[in-house]
Design a protein around this ligand. Structure first.
Ligand code: H2B
Length: 96
C-alpha cells in the first residue's frame, strides 16, 4: 500500500468516512479516544489492533489508562496521513 501523503481532498473524505476521528492540529494525523467497560475490554481491543498493526507493518501511537485508549494514526515515513491510516481506521472500526 502506498506511503504517499493523502491530498487535502482525500483527508476530507477520510474524515467524512470516520466521523469519530478528528484531525490533529498540524493536519498530519487523526486521533480518537475509545472508552471500554474495563481494562480487559480495552486491552483485548488493543491486542486485536496490535496483531493487525504488526501484519500490516503500520503501528498506532497510543496511550492507555484502564478503560481508555487514546490513539493517533499517522504515517511516519510520509510525515502525514496516507492510505495506510485510512485502511487501519477501517479495520479498527470493525473491532468495535
Ligand atoms: N508505522 C507507522 N504508523 N508509520 C510508519 O511510517 C511505519 C510504521 N513505518 N511502522 C514502518 C513501521 C517502518 O518503520 C518499517 C521499517 O517498515
Amino acid at each position: 500500500m502506498s506511503n504517499s501523503r493523502l491530498t487535502d481532498a482525500e483527508v476530507s473524505a477520510l474524515l467524512s468516512e470516520f466521523p469519530d476521528w478528528t484531525l490533529r492540529e498540524d493536519g498530519k494525523a487523526i486521533v480518537r479516544t475509545f472508552r471500554f467497560a474495563d481494562f480487559n475490554e480495552a486491552f483485548g481491543f488493543m491486542t486485536r489492533v496490535a496483531i493487525y498493526a504488526d501484519k500490516a507493518d503500520h503501528h498506532p501511537e497510543w496511550f492507555n489508562v484502564y478503560n481508555r485508549v487514546e490513539m493517533t494514526l499517522t504515517t511516519h515515513d510520509a510525515d502525514g496521513l496516507s492510505a495506510r491510516d485510512a485502511a487501519m481506521a477501517r479495520v479498527i472500526e470493525g473491532y468495535l
